[in-house]
Design a protein around this ligand. Structure first.
Ligand SMILES: CC(C)(COP(=O)(O)OP(=O)(O)OC[C@H]1O[C@@H](n2cnc3c(N)ncnc32)[C@H](O)[C@@H]1OP(=O)(O)O)[C@@H](O)C(=O)NCCC(=O)NCCS
Length: 290
């Protein structure tokens, strides 16, 4: 078995192994090449700091990493670890980590971050074995747009408080809106990820007169990436109105999703549950201090 930088493979070769490794995964993961390229761009993948396990000529496993500054520390983010079914439980996942860590340390990377579905025992055990520690627990929600619409029709009281208005915005002052956060978003929902592919998102602002008091960033395909309202302006139905606005703007979408809501964020979880979102999986965020 050889361990080779993923920069030596094409994205479609890596995707084939990715799709095979995730073929029996809890959440459907078979993705087309364009989505794979987009996700890797958004997450900031560094193929030169990612490794494949190669048997003869065949790529049979991989760890795909991104690198950036994360909460003040140069951080590697594991965008995906996969070993194809016939090669599992032979120590390969573990060996890829063993070969990767010196490469990451040589780049002065201070910590290694990842997310894992809580019920994915194989992956969770692998990360525990490598000394990753749980930092946060996340909920991931999905909604049927029809159901969300019917909830809105039932509830007259879910109207935006008078004086506030919602409109499209073209750019965000990140330093300003970060003050609305109760906690930092996960890696792929972070401002860094958004700013790598800024045109893939729509931005909504909530205003009181002309003062911005909240915002939502979403993908036109129905993924809600960030949503926050300034503390003094909460409970005015701004969050609900953002979702109404999204549905009006992209009427063709059938499903909405939001991944990686901090489990402690009961306000956001309640808001989404009230309008018809349901949990489809839960994840741990884990960090290895290097
Ligand atoms: C997770 C995955 C990459 C592990 O790869 P692997 O090469 O089979 O793992 P290893 O053989 O190196 O095992 C290392 C450790 O992981 C854990 N582990 C691996 N498979 C396991 C299983 N089926 N059940 C429980 N623990 C398991 C064990 O702690 C193991 O150490 P041990 O052998 O000393 O007990 C592989 O199962 C996989 O590709 N799964 C599908 C994709 C996926 O879920 N990726 C993670 C999310 S991004």
């Amino acid at each position: 078995m050889k361990f080779i930088e993923l920069s030596r493979f094409s994205e479609s070769e890596i995707l084939d192994v990715h799709n095979e490794a995730f073929s029996d995964y809890e959440v459907p993961m078979e993705i087309p090449i364009d989505s794979f390229k987009y996700l890797n761009l958004r997450r900031g993948v560094r193929y030169d700091l990612s490794l494949g396990a190669v048997d003869g000529e065949n790529l049979v496993g991989f760890i795909l990493n991104a690198v950036d500054n994360w909460e003040g520390k140069l951080t590697a983010y594991d965008c995906g670890t996969g070993v194809i079914p016939n090669y599992r439980q032979k120590g390969l996942g573990n060996q890829i980590f063993t070969h990767l860590l010196p490469l990451l340390k040589a780049e002065n990377i201070e910590q290694y971050l990842l997310e894992v579905i809580q019920t994915n025992i194989a992956a969770y055990n692998l990360y525990k074995k490598r000394d990753f520690q749980i930092t946060r627990a996340f909920d991931c929600l999905l909604a049927d747009v029809k159901e969300v619409k019917s909830k809105f029709q039932d509830k007259e009281e879910s109207n935006l408080t008078k004086g506030y208005n919602i409109r499209d915005i073209t750019n965000l002052n990140w330093n300003k809106v970060k003050k609305y956060w109760d906690y930092s978003p996960s890696w792929q929902n972070s401002d860094l990820s958004i700013q790598r592919v800024p045109n893939s998102f729509h931005y909504l602002g909530a205003f009181l007169k002309d003062k911005l008091v909240g915002y939502m960033v979403y993908e036109p395909s129905g993924g809600i990436t960030q949503i926050a309202v300034e503390l003094n302006h909460r409970n005015q139905n701004i969050g609900t109105e953002f979702i109404k606005n999204l549905i009006e703007k992209v009427p063709e979408i059938e499903k909405l999703n939001i991944i990686n809501i901090d489990k402690r964020d009961t306000a956001l979880l309640n808001l989404f549950s009230k309008i018809g979102f349901k949990s489809f999986t839960t994840q741990y965020e884990m960090i290895l201090k290097m």
